[in-house]
Design a protein around this ligand. Structure first.
Ligand code: C2E
Ligand code: CA
Ligand code: CA
Ligand code: CA
Length: 277
């Protein structure tokens, strides 16, 4: 195991050597992907679990490699973080997301939010707050309709809370992603301006069948309630999970049962339909 700094660990061994070569190829291809128009942003609905109404969309980046076809974000996001390419790429995702949000507003759709993932590497950039605010302000959307999703990392400390505070003061919201999967989750709530918890899909998966998972989800809901935070259950895949979440009092969900991530046009179509129903 080789420490790449920033707490990012890369493992090299013989069995993985061809995969490592693959990753090296992908890493350099990633640099041209933005100019090459190979990225797209898809939008997954976050819905009221009771009524099914869409309240927000999460922006999820898609990369279609010219030779290899679709590459999963779990593969290319870590590479983009290692090279720093995640900084311009992340700016681009926010720009696209704000553009779509403005378009949904212009359609006369009901007011919704857009959630955009923010890499911990982005959070360490000195001028992050200014740059993100420029993008949001240029787009003309209400900053209060933009939510940045962050994950806990031990190397993120007080230095980043300053950018977060600036963004929060400007009206942007923050969600704590994959909540419950990291040892520092609770500690994070003390010094990062979080508005929303996203219950990790590893707990949601067992919410109907496992007493442990149900107990954990119940505890997350209690934390959210006492800190006055919103909650979204991630990875809702079955009707049983939806019913169990509703019974526990979880208001919002995201997952393939409700809708997979959609192309921008399909997202707009869904909103147009929602308006007439
Ligand atoms: P995430 O932020 O936790 O996003 C949720 C992931 O769960 C997405 O995977 C989504 O497609 C998937 N998902 C949604 N519903 C279901 C379901 O019912 N069942 C299951 N099993 N999965 C579901 P995706 O799109 O492959 O993205 C993976 C991760 O890549 C994201 O996890 C996020 O950490 C990262 N990512 C994606 N787009 C961006 C981006 O623009 N910027 C950054 N920094 N990271 C991104
Ligand atoms: Ca997310
Ligand atoms: Ca998540
Ligand atoms: Ca995740």
């Amino acid at each position: 195991a080789k420490d790449r700094g920033l707490g990012l660990i890369e493992v090299f061994d013989d069995a993985a050597s061809s995969r490592s070569l693959d990753r090296l190829g992908l890493r350099s291809d990633l640099l041209g992907a933005l100019e090459g128009d190979q990225f797209a942003v898809h939008y997954q609905p976050i819905c009221d679990l009771g009524s099914g109404q869409v309240v927000a969309f999460e922006a999820l980046l898609r990369w279609t490699h010219p030779q290899r076809g679709p590459v999963p974000p779990d593969v290319f996001i870590p590479l983009a973080e290692e090279t720093g390419a995640i900084v311009p790429i992340g700016h681009w995702v926010l720009e696209q997301s704000c553009r779509e949000l403005a378009r949904w507003g212009a359609m006369g759709a009901k007011r919704i939010r857009v959630n955009v993932n923010l890499s911990p590497v982005q959070l360490q950039q000195p001028h992050l707050a200014r740059e993100l605010l420029d993008i949001v302000q240029r787009s003309g959307v209400d900053p209060g309709d933009v939510c940045l999703e962050v994950t806990e990392h031990s190397y993120l400390r007080e230095d980043v809370t300053e950018s977060a505070a600036v963004l929060r003061t400007a009206g942007l919201h923050f969600a704590l992603d994959d909540f419950g999967t990291s040892y520092s989750s609770l500690n994070y709530l003390k010094w990062f301006p979080i508005d929303l918890l996203k219950v990790d899909q590893s707990f949601v998966g067992g919410v109907a069948a496992s007493d442990t998972d149900r107990g954990i989800v119940r505890a997350v809901l209690a934390i959210a309630d006492s800190l006055r935070l919103g909650v979204v259950a991630e990875g809702v895949e079955t009707e049983e999970q939806r019913a169990a979440l509703l019974a526990l009092g979880c208001p919002l969900g995201q997952g393939n049962l409700l809708s997979p991530p959609l192309t921008p046009d399909a997202a707009a179509e869904l909103l147009a339909g929602d308006r007439h129903s």
